[in-house]
Write a protein that binds this ligand. Sequence first.
Ligand code: SF4
Length: 316
Amino acid sequence: MSLLCAEDPNVLELLDDAGIELLWHPAISEATGAEANATLESVLSGEAPLDILCVEGSIVTGPNGTGRFHILSGTGRPMLDWCRALAPLARHVVAVGTCAAFGGVTAAGGNPSGAVGLQFDGSQAGGALASAFRSRSGLPVVNVAGCPTHPGWVTETLLLLAGGALDAGALDAFNRPRFYTDHLVHHACPKNEYYEYKASARQLSELGCLMEHLGCIGTQAVGDCNIRPWNGGGSCTRGGYPCIACTSPDFEDPQLTFTETPKVAGIPVGLPTDMPKAWFMALASLSKAATPERINRNAHSDRIEVAPKPKRERST
Ligand code: SF4
């Protein structure tokens, strides 16, 4: 559904322009169930070549490793089997979304269905496919993680793969494309000025930074969500909701609720990953003491109450 929101170009135009023929997609294709199953069979028989296999959703392995909790309708065969049969035939395999990459929300809590990702089970290598699996191109499963994943991350990955421009060096430790995971969600967040002064929101409707009290982990979460906003202008933090690191394995089981910051002795546990704690605390107390009144007032309001005063233009 996120992919359908791709803009300029939309997903169908983009695939056309890139010369990518869409064999089948459950929400976009007009094929009947029987026709879709025939397409899958023709791939299995080698009649239809499969360049890119995209899998959405976690792979269910229960009960007892059979995968029979999730049968592909009309085939009598578990999705687990289908993935294991199709993946070695594909030139590239792409896990679309955090569920397909790592198990995601379906694997939360006790995980009664035995949900795993295609090649990871949470942060552990090895899922529905073994950790040693490589597609025909020699790449592991490419994990376009995100919950949901950004439409631009999917289309850019497909274009790079189709153009032969995505190699192992372009993937990070969890096999996510680095074009979006070399950034933090914190980069270009419109609340950056509040963060600088630790002017923190105390409830979701307030404009201040969401890190200190409301669970935001954008300083540790990978993603260019605020550099490449969604649907022309949005992101979680732009909408006033904390970043919950949905691109990361195991994000689905936070220590507290998603909108609470875990603290020890009043100090947030999840500080920026590449900053010593003592430095952070020293800077935080200094910047809190120096917070301008404008920022302090606006941080605790649901709209701008005090506008910035631009320097008076010099008269000539
Ligand atoms: S709300 Fe989150 S992402 Fe935005 S500035 Fe604060 S910590 Fe960074």
